[in-house]
Design a protein around this ligand. Structure first.
Ligand code: GDP
Length: 302
């Protein structure tokens, strides 16, 4: 239900336009595919992915000898899910350790919803009965530590911090010691998001990761990149930059409720080969949903 509600904008425009198209054409022809292509591009599915999708649709329509656009519509859903799932077997499940702590590192540019997502995820784990510690690793942006603390007290989890401007790697070190001492299940680490200085940011991320790896072999168990769905193709560019800087294991796509261009999920998955693990569908604590391609696509067209 939540998923459906959060996707109202994308459903009304993207899915709505596909439904109109199907009703208007009834029989499949070249013009039908051209209009469909246009709708997909406007929904931010991404040019490369759209071309691939249309090609596969045409092949499938020919193979199954389909002429009715209503039938094509179900093939569209099938193909969207298939393209999303890819062939690398990546799924949205988080890599959670049996004997904690599981270390989850969050990366992403300022303003994308990183702090909010960390708060939501802490809440999710806590409501599953897990103990959670947050590490205030964004020591650069003014107010970042306080903002994380607000979420910490809202959710009821401890935040490990140092003064603004201190070394994020030192904060991580402290946080790991606390997580070990308290036998925490989950340690969620915030990081700085100033992409203006790419080289510095990369160095900082590397250093933070080195400390985590040294203190807990096999960690971080997840590196989640937070992207803002409303920024469209810009989100893709950010993702490419972060992919070069560090080993991103999954994407959290925020503000999907605020865009009609939900096709960006497909572009990200298909063009970057990184699974979207969670989506943000609002500003509240429980507005974070595990991403499921089938639910997403079939929810859109339902
Ligand atoms: P940060 O700078 O990356 O830490 O971003 P914040 O967590 O401060 O979020 C920036 C703004 O986006 C805040 O006003 C959040 O409430 C809002 N926000 C975050 N996630 C979502 C979401 O999934 N949907 C909506 N509608 N707003 C969100």
């Amino acid at each position: 239900e939540k998923f459906k509600q959060g996707l109202t904008k994308t459903r009304d425009s993207f899915a709505g336009r596909v439904n109109d198209l199907v009703a208007r054409y009834r029989k499949v022809d070249e013009d039908f595919f051209e209009e469909l292509e246009e709708i997909l591009i406007q929904a931010d599915v991404g040019f490369g992915t759209v071309i691939e999708l249309i090609d596969e649709l045409k092949t499938e329509v020919k193979r199954r000898n389909i002429s009715d656009t209503k039938e094509v519509q179900s093939v569209i859903s099938e193909k969207l899910v298939e393209i999303y799932q890819g062939d690398d077997g990546a799924d949205s499940e988080l890599n959670i350790q049996e004997d904690g702590p599981t270390v989850i590192l969050f990366v992403g540019v300022n303003g994308v919803g990183k702090t909010t997502t960390i708060g939501k995820m802490a809440h999710k784990f806590k409501s599953e009965g897990k103990s959670v510690i947050l590490a205030a690793g964004d020591t650069f942006r003014a107010g970042a530590i306080e903002q994380l603390e607000v979420w910490g007290s809202r959710v009821g989890v401890e935040v490990i911090k140092q003064a603004e401007g201190s070394d994020p790697a030192a904060v991580m070190f402290d946080a790991i010691q606390s997580a070990k001492a308290r036998k925490a299940d989950i340690l969620i680490c915030d990081t700085a998001g100033r992409l203006q200085n790419k080289v510095n940011l990369m160095k900082e991320l590397e250093k933070v990761k080195r400390v985590i790896e040294r203190e807990i072999p096999g960690a971080p168990h997840e590196v989640l990149l937070v992207l803002d769905a409303t920024t469209g193709q810009n989100a893709l560019i950010q993702a490419k930059t972060f992919k070069e800087a560090t080993n991103v294991s999954g994407i959290v796509l925020t503000k999907l409720d605020g865009t009609a261009k939900g096709g960006i999920v497909l572009a990200i998955r298909n063009e970057l080969s990184i699974p979207v693990k969670f989506v943000g569908l609002g500003e509240q604590m429980d507005d974070l949903q595990e991403f499921d391609a089938e639910k997403y696509v079939y929810g859109l067209f339902a």
